[in-house]
Design a protein around this ligand. Structure first.
Ligand code: CAP
Ligand code: MG
Length: 410
């Protein structure tokens, strides 16, 4: 039985995977295609007597495109091959054993186009871009966030005070760092209570809505417990490290979020172990699409200009995965973060437009005039771009922005 059928026309019920592949020595691309299609669906390395032609006809995938020059192929899988609503199960097929086969030197999952049947079996973002803008009452400006720094080390109350300074300086969203969970010197419960108290104070003082995005990353039951505590204490956002909690953990959290109604912020720490090798693994665009389908409201997708790797076309493909139309799924908010400072705001807004959350960790807390000034400098930079004024002109009237530009743009 062969899986290669270049005349096959995918049906609306097919899940379509695009792969980049490099066959091992002496393996033709056609042979590699047969191996990938079989191992990711119904067969194994050798012919088996238990696979009837009728069963194979009903379930076998079709390799319908082979581009030898680019080393890219497309495989259509009937949705009957998968348990709808089960992301770990779907990935165990199309992103499972095939990455480790000896007949392949490299394999990279470039994209997955899901059929409506499977997308509709997941919940998708509960808030998305529209819902978050409504919560923050910010109609069309780019949102600005900070990450409390040092990453870990502050006590709960010190953490809350740094958050307060950032909020009163003009930051919309304050988040925990990806490796801050509940530590002896900064327990989750205490950090939540103290920081929400100062969030309320900052809201009153500024007249602006403020978000505290606490990191609930933990074993699944503990994560749900923490999410419930956030809700009970009047929190509206929760952050989760989407790679380390895993696809099942994400789905469990999203299911609970039907009643919790928290904005779910996805941090992608660890993603580069999967997506950074340009010849092998899974693209960040696929990771972003899976997060949106499961139901993350906002997700880190790279910056192009910051400290993390990620070329412009890759980062824009990540944005597209979160925002392109997909059977009515809400758009998830792209988050650009990592090595950013106010001097980069014009470039960032040219790249992303306004439907982006720009996050500045060191770029706020490293301002020579302190955190509140760091936050002011970010808003001054945004305002300057909105009014078409050069940052260095704006800095003549704003010492906070001047301090940032002197430090990072000199
Ligand atoms: C940024 C950050 C974020 C990275 C993650 C950090 O801090 O808090 O985790 O942005 O990268 O720990 O590095 P800085 P990405 O602003 O001080 O760099 O968004 O690419 O996943
Ligand atoms: Mg971080």
């Amino acid at each position: 039985m062969s899986y290669v059928d270049l005349k096959y026309k995918p049906s609306k019920n097919d899940l379509i995977c695009s792969y980049y592949l490099e066959p091992a020595r002496d393996i033709t691309i056609e042979k590699a295609c047969e191996q990938i299609a079989g191992e990711s669906s119904i067969e194994t390395w050798t012919k088996i007597l238990t696979l009837s032609p009728k069963m194979a006809q009903r379930l076998k995938p079709h390799v319908f495109q082979i581009d030898k020059r680019k080393g890219q192929i497309k495989i259509a899988y009937t949705d009957r091959l998968f348990e709808w609503g089960n992301m770990p199960g779907i990935l165990a097929s199309v992103a499972g054993n095939i990455f480790g086969m000896k007949d392949l030197k490299n394999l990279r999952l470039l994209d997955i186009v899901f059929p409506k049947s499977i997308v509709n079996s997941f919940k998708g973002p509960k808030f998305g871009i529209g819902g978050i803008r409504k919560l923050l009452k910010v109609k069309d400006r780019a949102l600005v966030g900070t990450i409390i720094k040092p990453k870990v080390g502050l006590s709960s109350i010190e953490h809350a005070k740094v958050a307060y300074k950032a909020w009163v300086g003009g930051i919309d969203l304050v988040k925990d760092d990806e490796n801050l969970t509940s530590l002896g010197f900064n327990l989750f419960e205490k950090r939540l209570a103290r920081t929400l108290e100062l969030r309320d104070k900052a809201q009153e003082q500024t007249g602006e809505r403020k978000a505290y995005i606490i990191n609930i990353t933990a074993e699944t039951n503990k994560m749900l417990e923490r999410a419930q505590l956030v809700k009970d204490q009047g929190g509206e956002y929760a952050m989760v490290d989407v790679i380390t909690v895993g696809w099942a953990g994400l789905q469990t959290l999203r299911n609970a979020n039907e009643s919790l109604k928290l904005v779910l912020h996805g941090h992608r720490t660890g993603h580069a172990a999967i997506d950074r090798n340009p010849k092998h693994g899974i693209t960040m665009a696929v990771i972003a699409k899976l997060n949106r389908i499961i139901g993350i409201d906002e997700l880190h997708i790279g910056t192009v200009v910051g400290k993390m790797a990620g070329r412009r076309e890759e980062v824009l493909a990540n944005v597209d995965a979160l925002t392109s139309s997909m059977y009515g799924l809400r758009q998830a908010f792209p988050v650009a973060s990592g090595g950013l400072h106010p001097g980069l705001v014009p470039a960032l807004l040219r790249i992303f437009g306004n439907d982006v959350i720009l996050q500045f960790g060191g770029g706020v807390h490293g301002n020579p005039l302190g955190t509140e000034a760091g936050a002011k400098a970010v808003r001054q930079a945004i305002c300057a771009v909105e009014r078409g004024i050069l940052l260095k002109e704006c800095a003549k009237e704003h010492k906070e922005l001047k301090a940032a530009l002197d430090k990072w743009c000199a």
